[in-house]
Write a protein that binds this ligand. Structure first.
Ligand SMILES: Nc1ncnc2c1ncn2[C@@H]1O[C@H](COP(=O)(O)OP(=O)(O)OP(=O)(O)O)[C@@H](O)[C@H]1O
Length: 304
């Protein structure tokens, strides 16, 4: 479990993490989303004790990182895959981590196997591709078999097979009851991987909710109804406070009400339906609505 209370970090006169309070639950993949510069990496660094908060607390299993004995056995993290000694082999890197954290040496071979790096274990880190460095970073995070895992952009540089593999790994780590916190800019991937989402913008919490709720909350999520009586149904729905748009000859799109309510209203009015379905927004669409006011580093108007 990761627990943030009023977590804030100021650089100069600017809060890059601003009063974040949230709890990340075990058995769940929590996706951490936000525009460039929103403060995701800084938040992760604060949780890992790599930076000191200006105020507030970040606890892992009830303790601040610096009070955890053998931290790699409690929390594993991949922050920067390139932060490796270039002359050291992957095996040597993991072996050094294992010995300084009281982790048995056999775990090194195990995690190298898990991440598909057994064949490249003796290559010097400086010669690894970005994707292979990511795999090695994930191996380091898994080394201590920790309950809590944090990954900052883990699929960066991975090929499609690698991306799919990371998705499966995250899901299985959560299924084992671990707390998995993962940042990404790949919305389609997050939609397949995360159970829960935390969205921040300019350091502030914009959303902390299950994935399904984020998608249901998008204005682009709607109920599509096909009926021979569009006019009557539209009037009935509007009278009940549901927003309605005519979509096609016999089709209406209703927003702001769940499918059950739209169906019930039609039934109460004795209106025959030929089709009733939910059209879900994508996470990408829901995310864009959520963060529209928080994008700092976007292309200017008129630029592609
Ligand atoms: N040591 C530092 N000193 C001053 N400013 C910093 C420092 N570290 C980060 N920042 C600033 O804090 C803000 C948040 O950065 P951070 O890397 O946490 O964002 P992010 O959400 O991870 O972004 P991205 O998606 O681009 O990786 C940025 O504006 C960044 O320039």
């Amino acid at each position: 479990m990761i627990s943030l209370k009023g977590l804030s970090k100021r650089y100069g006169d600017r809060f890059v993490v601003d009063d974040l309070s949230l709890e990340l639950k075990p058995g769940t993949v929590t996706g951490f989303l936000g525009p460039n510069g929103a403060g995701k990496s800084t938040t992760m660094r604060l949780v890992l004790g790599l930076d000191h908060p200006t105020s507030g607390t970040a606890l892992i299993g009830g303790r601040p990182y610096r009070e955890i004995r053998n931290p790699l056995r409690t929390v594993g993290a991949l922050l920067d895959a390139r932060a490796l000694h270039p002359g050291r082999s992957g095996y040597a890197h993991l072996a050094a981590l294992a010995s300084s954290n009281g982790i048995p040496r056999r775990r090194v071979a195990e995690v190298l196997e898990t991440v598909g790096m057994a064949g490249a274990a003796r290559k010097r880190a400086g010669t690894l591709s970005l994707g292979m460095s990511q795999r090695l970073g994930i191996a380091a995070a898994l080394l201590g078999d920790p309950e809590v895992l944090m990954f900052d952009e883990p699929v960066n540089g991975l090929d499609p097979d690698g991306v799919r593999w990371v998705r499966g790994l995250m899901r299985s780590l959560a299924a084992e009851g671990r707390t998995v916190f993962v940042s990404s800019h790949l919305m389609s991937e997050m939609q397949l991987t995360a159970d829960h989402l935390v969205v921040i913008g300019k350091g502030r919490l914009l959303m902390d909710a299950p994935l399904a709720e984020v998608i249901a909350g998008s204005s682009l999520t709607a109920v599509v109804v096909r009926t021979p009586h569009v006019r009557e149904l539209a009037a009935r729905l509007r009278a009940a406070g549901v927003e309605v748009a005519r979509h096609a000859e016999n089709e209406l799109v209703a927003t702001g009400a769940p499918i059950e309510r739209v169906g019930d209203l039609a039934h109460e009015a004795g209106i025959r339906l030929h089709e009733l379905r939910t059209r879900e927004a994508s996470l990408e669409q829901a995310y864009q609505e959520l963060t529209a006011d928080s994008v700092e580093y976007g292309a200017g108007k008129g630029q592609a």
